[in-house]
Design a protein around this ligand. Structure first.
Ligand code: XBP
Ligand code: MG
Length: 253
């Protein structure tokens, strides 16, 4: 089948947003609310096992803060904290805080030039996607993506396949007509669960996750003069990901 569309995860895939983005924004929200919660780098790595910011905060309290006396309106508190966190995170992005990962801009531009359709399937909040695209990709670049599946649009977040299925339905495409791009174990369980061939670019938080189902696992997409490392799969002698390589991976049986 012909490759028609590329579906991208956001956090960890388009940009390294977790350690120095989301984590800092959570901590700023906790301080704003006078809470003594503070997520250091290793703790946040463990908390990433739970996708979704609201879900992650609840998981933190349930597993690591048995001492915290939950107020009767705990769900409200979580919702307010999450709104504050989103405000801190989008402000950080507006300051140009987080660059795209190597090769992301080039690949998106090449896909557009060649008429491949683009979409997003992410666990994060829609405002965060808009802010990242606007400030780190290009003003107005949200319009490059035909469908943006984000946040609470489906109740079951990754590793459930629902967000990918939602995007596929809206694109009116079969999984065999697309490639997905992910960076994490939860992400690839979601994409592969929806029947999508998946290319993985790892990061510090996800390097030891199980990517056995990936068609290729890479250090990053690479750039001319800044080659990627191929950790799994066949790089076909290339030093960076281009559309020919994506089409070759898409054709792998
Ligand atoms: C991203 C996430 C999100 C963000 C926070 O996962 O796990 O929870 O860390 O987002 P993926 P919100 O890359 O698999 O989509 O705070 O906006 O929920
Ligand atoms: Mg991710």
């Amino acid at each position: 089948m012909v490759l028609e569309a590329l579906i991208f995860d956001v956090d960890g895939t388009l940009a390294d947003t977790e350690r120095d983005g989301h984590r800092l924004a959570f901590n700023a929200a906790f301080r704003e609310f006078g809470l003594d919660w503070a997520w250091d780098v290793p703790t946040y790595g463990r908390l990433l096992a739970v996708t979704g910011g609201k879900e992650r905060m609840r998981h933190y309290v349930d597993t690591l803060r048995p001492d915290f006396a939950k107020p009767a309106d705990f769900d409200d508190l979580v919702a307010q904290l999450h709104q504050a966190k989103t405000r801190h995170y989008t402000a950080l992005l507006a300051q140009g805080g987080i660059p795209l990962r190597p090769g992301v801009r080039r690949l998106l531009q090449a896909a557009r030039d060649q008429g491949l359709r683009l979409a997003i399937a992410t666990t994060t909040t829609p405002e965060n996607v808009t802010a990242l695209l606007e400030h780190s990709l290009a003003p107005g670049s949200e319009a490059w993506f035909e469908q943006i599946g984000a946040g609470d649009i489906v109740p079951a977040k990754k590793p459930a396949p629902d967000i990918y299925r939602w995007v596929l339905t809206r694109l009116k495409l079969k999984p065999e007509q697309c490639l997905a791009f992910e960076d994490s174990g939860n992400g690839i369980r979601a994409s592969c669960g929806a029947g999508l061939k998946t290319v993985v670019t790892i990061n510090d938080y996800t390097a030891d996750h199980d990517f056995g189902a990936a068609v290729a696992v890479l250090s990053d997409f690479g750039e001319p003069g800044a080659p990627f490392r191929v950790l799994r799969g066949d790089g076909l002698g290339k030093s960076y990901v281009d559309l020919d390589l994506l089409r070759a991976w898409h054709a792998v049986r």
